[in-house]
Design a protein around this ligand. Sequence first.
Ligand SMILES: C[S@@+](CC[C@H](N)C(=O)[O-])C[C@H]1O[C@@H](n2cnc3c(N)ncnc32)[C@H](O)[C@@H]1O
Length: 263
Amino acid sequence: MPYLEGPLRAAFDAWLEATRGRYLPPLTFSEVRKGVQALSSLYVERRSGGRIAARAAAGEGKRAAFATYYAPLHFLMAHRALAGRAAEAFSRVRVVHDLGCGTGAAGVAAATLLSSPPTFHGIDLSSWALDEAMLTAHAFGLKARTRRAALPEALPRAGAEDLLVLGFVVNELDSDPRERLLRGIETGLTRGARLLVLEPLALSAAPWWPAWAERLARRGVEERTLRCALELPAFVHEMDRACGLDHRELRARVLLGPLGTGA
Ligand SMILES: C[S@@+](CC[C@H](N)C(=O)[O-])C[C@H]1O[C@@H](n2cnc3c(N)ncnc32)[C@H](O)[C@@H]1O
C-alpha cells in the first residue's frame, strides 16, 4: 500500500524533503544513521538512565534522526491509526493539542484527517522540538501555536472541541506524573474531549498500558493494535536498511475515542 496518496502525499514529501534539507548537509547520511541508532538504543535498551527527553534531543545527529526518520514514521502511524475513523467522529474538533509534540508528527497527521482544518497546539519540553513542530504544522497549511511546558501540569482544559494527542510520550513519564496525566485526561473526556494515544507494541516500554486501556475504556476510548504494511518513503526505507531496522509493517498500540459523533 502506498504510504499516502494525492495532495497529502505531496505535502508530506515536501515536508520531509525540507526537513532533510535543514540537516543533510551539514550532517552526512552516516551521521544521521548514528543518530537513529543512538535513539533506538536509548528508547529500547537504556531507558533506565532517566531524563529520556533531554537525552533524546541532545546532539545534532539525534535531532536529525528524530526529525527526518522517527517523525515521518510517527506521522504515518498516526495517519493509519485514524484513517477512515477520524473525520466523522471528530467533526467537532477545532484544536488538536499535541502533547509532547516533538516535531509535531502525530498531531499534524491527526489534524490533516479532520474535515475542517483545526488549529495545531503543540506542547513540549524542548524549544528545538517546538520550532520544528511549527514548521511541520505550516508545511501542512495549519494554523499553529506552541508552548514550552511540562506534562502533566501543561495538560489543557479540554472539552468537546479538543483532540488530545499523545504520540510516544506517555512512556517517558514516571508513574506519579503519568497517573496525574491520566486523571486529567479522564476529566477532559468527561467534558467531551477526544483522545489519541500511540505507544510502541513492546509492553516492556509501556507496562502501564493495560491499566490505561481499562480505565479509558470506561469513557468510551477503544484500544487497538495497529499493524499495517506500507511502502515507506525512500529516505526512511534507506535509513531502515542502513540501521538493520524494518518498518515495512508499521506497528503501534493505539487508544482512540470516543468514536461516536457526540452530536
Ligand atoms: C519520542 S518523542 C515523540 C514526539 C512526537 N509526539 C511524535 O510522535 O513524534 C517524545 C517527546 O515528548 C517530549 N516530552 C517528554 N516528557 C515530557 C513532558 N513531561 N512534558 C512535555 N513534553 C515531554 C519530549 O521532549 C519529546 O519531544
